[in-house]
Design a protein around this ligand. Structure first.
Ligand code: PEP
Ligand code: MG
Length: 600
């Protein structure tokens, strides 16, 4: 073959599909840009002579100080679009001062006569292992914060420069092993078409940031960084968690069409997300949001949330050496209440304990954390911590439309005791002359089977119920909600689950109180005909699911859904219920909304 012929041979496209985790929906087509990063897993262990230990500790302290200065510079220069996420960088600053990392490293240097890099790695591994044991995936994911913060120190110890992240000068798909919030902040985001990472899950910061900036992302790809080179052509489908490396013409055309459709769909959804979710026969379902941070409120408003159905308040107790003060809590709750007013904000009291770790709390390890001292049990067990939170909630209630709910109620006494403490908190505020609101609505989360059975009794004590299906399914079907091996058995449409929901709704109706649902089940449109048929007063979900769910509600009728529910309740398996949904509403239901964020 002559040279000139060889030049005309076209290499067939690789068309290699990589499957990861759908981090942020949307489609991007473009060239890859690999972020150069230090491989922190390859750290050498060196022994340090006893007379050099003090110098080694000084070297470590110097690296920490320098990391703090570097991070402060990043914080000071945070671009406008990142202001909402600055709390992440503040948390990293706190981690740089964290005693377990700081003192832990120094202890390793002193005890084992090792170099600072190795000692830091050991201390960081210890802290990460605590995070990784937490049952809630959100908190497990926080282990990556420890890695990101410690990487700054390590970079200074090793004397390596920062990554090439701030040099991106054309619109690219960023490919990284992992991305720290500090790194993400330094990128010119208008240049980023999509994010791909080997590590990270749905609740990683890259996922949270990408979703709020509406940049497609596929995370947890495992080895994308090995397979992809800078300038490779990529298709990213952030809704399906798929990446196609070196696509052929036909695939490119298909995805270009899908991208156009997605953009039209997004525009339509955004236009309609602020309309009420009213069925074709005039029933209005409140569609609310679940949040975990003050910063999520922006996304709730952008996505047309009718209020906050669940504010998970754990975050303020994490990543800090001491417990938050009443003022810290009040400031946070007040901001949420004021921004959302006049819409409702449902503050759930602390759901921590067992394996959910808060650095300010000294809790014993438990064999069965999901069945242990968590949620309301923990709060009743530590009245001072509980009352501090109750006082903050009552004070915030004076400045917005706030109601309170207690998690994991398993018997009526817990509600009675919690209400008693709420009264005591109110009395103490009254005595101190601090403004507050006493007559706030009080609710119970229904997430334990005993609460379902006793719902009629519990209903006499509260103003509303909120069904927490994440735990209710776990406890009633005996499926650990974080165990991948039994994940296929975790079925929201299981007839046992449907019957329990129906029972709770009936008890609420009998007692004349409202009933909501705030578990993940509420945010998956496939469950809508059933939930609508139950005539729940409100459903609450991840903010980004709201527009899709509202749109689906507008396509259904209450009357037909009630009829449908009767049939659904006759089914004997979850698969039967799903088949019935698809037979009744069309084989692609709810895939008409194929861009909906995946629920995994
Ligand atoms: C639930 O259990 O359904 C719930 C909403 O609470 P969490 O997921 O925070 O346990
Ligand atoms: Mg729960």
């Amino acid at each position: 073959m002559s040279d000139s012929t060889a030049r005309h041979v076209v290499k067939p496209a690789l068309n290699l599909t990589l499957q990861g985790i759908a981090g942020s929906p949307g489609i991007a087509i473009g060239k890859a840009y690999l972020v150069e990063q230090e491989d922190v897993d390859v750290i050498e262990k060196r022994f340090v002579e006893p007379e050099d230990i003090a110098a080694e500790i000084r070297r470590f302290r110097g690296a920490v100080k320098k990391a703090q200065r570097q991070l402060q510079r990043v914080i000071d220069e945070v671009p406008e679009e990142f202001r909402d996420h600055i709390y992440i960088l503040d948390a990293h600053m706190m981690l740089l001062k964290d005693k377990m990392i700081h003192n832990g490293t120094i202890e390793h240097i002193e005890r084992e006569n090792v170099n600072a890099e190795w000692a830091l790695k050991m201390a960081v591994d210890e802290v990460k292992s605590i995070f990784k044991k937490m049952p809630d995936p959100y908190f497990r994911e926080r282990a990556s914060d420890v890695t990101h913060a410690s990487k700054l120190i390590l970079g200074n110890l090793l004397g390596t420069g920062s990554s090439n992240i701030s040099h991106i000068d054309k619109r690219v798909i960023v490919v990284a092993h992992d991305l720290s919030p500090a790194e993400t902040t330094q990128m010119q985001l208008e240049k980023v078409k999509a994010f791909l990472t080997d590590l990270g899950g749905k609740t990683s910061h890259t996922g949270i940031i990408a979703r709020s900036l509406e940049i497609p992302a596929v995370l947890g790809l495992g080895n994308a960084k090995q397979l992809i080179k800078t300038d490779d052509l990529l298709i990213v489908d952030g809704s399906a968690g798929v990446v196609i490396l070196d696509p052929d013409e036909e695939t490119l055309t298909r995805y270009q069409e899908r991208k156009d459709l997605f953009e039209q769909y997004q525009a339509m959804i955004t236009r309609s997300s602020h309309l009420p979710a009213e069925t074709t026969d005039g029933f209005c379902l409140m569609v609310m949001a679940n949040i975990g941070l003050l910063e999520d409120v922006v996304s709730v408003i952008d996505h047309g949330g009718d209020g906050i159905g669940l504010y998970r308040t754990e975050f303020l107790y994490l990543n800090r050496p001491t417990l938050p003060s009443e003022q810290d809590l009040f400031d946070n709750y007040r901001d949420v209440a004021e921004i959302m007013a006049p819409r409702t904000v449902t503050i759930r009291t602390l759901d921590i304990g067992g394996d959910k770790f808060a650095s300010g709390l000294q809790l014993a390890e438990e064999m069965n954390p999901a069945l242990g001292l968590r949620a309301i049990r923990f709060s009743l067990w530590s009245p001072e911590i509980f009352k501090t939170q109750l006082r903050a909630i009552l004070r915030a209630a004076n400045l917005g439309n706030v109601r309170i709910m207690f998690p994991m109620i398993s018997e009526v006494d817990e509600i009675i005791q919690a209400k008693q403490m709420l009264n005591e908190a109110a009395e103490s505020l009254d005595k101190a002359g601090v403004p507050f609101r006493a007559d706030i609505e009080v609710g119970a989360m229904i997430e334990v089977p005993s609460a379902v059975i006793m719902a009629d009794v519990l209903a006499r004590e509260v103003d509303f119920f909120s069904i927490g299906t994440n735990d209710l399914i776990q406890y009633s079907l005996a499926i650990d909600r974080i165990n991948k091996q039994v994940a296929h058995l975790y079925q929201p449409l299981h007839p046992a689950v449907l019957r329990m929901i129906q029972r709770v709704v009936e008890a609420a109706r009998e007692a004349g109180i409202q009933v909501y649902m705030c578990g993940e089940m509420a945010g998956d449109p496939v469950n809508l005909p059933v939930l609508l048929g139950m005539e729940l007063d409100a459903i609450s979900m991840n903010p980004i699911s709201i527009p899709v769910v509202k749109k689906m509600v507008r396509m259904l009728s209450l009357k037909e859904s009630k009829q449908f529910l009767k049939e659904a309740l006759k089914q004997v398996t979850a698969a039967d219920v799903l088949n019935l949904i698809q037979d009744t509403y069309g084989p692609s239901f709810p895939k008409t909304d194929f861009f909906q964020p995946s629920q995994d």
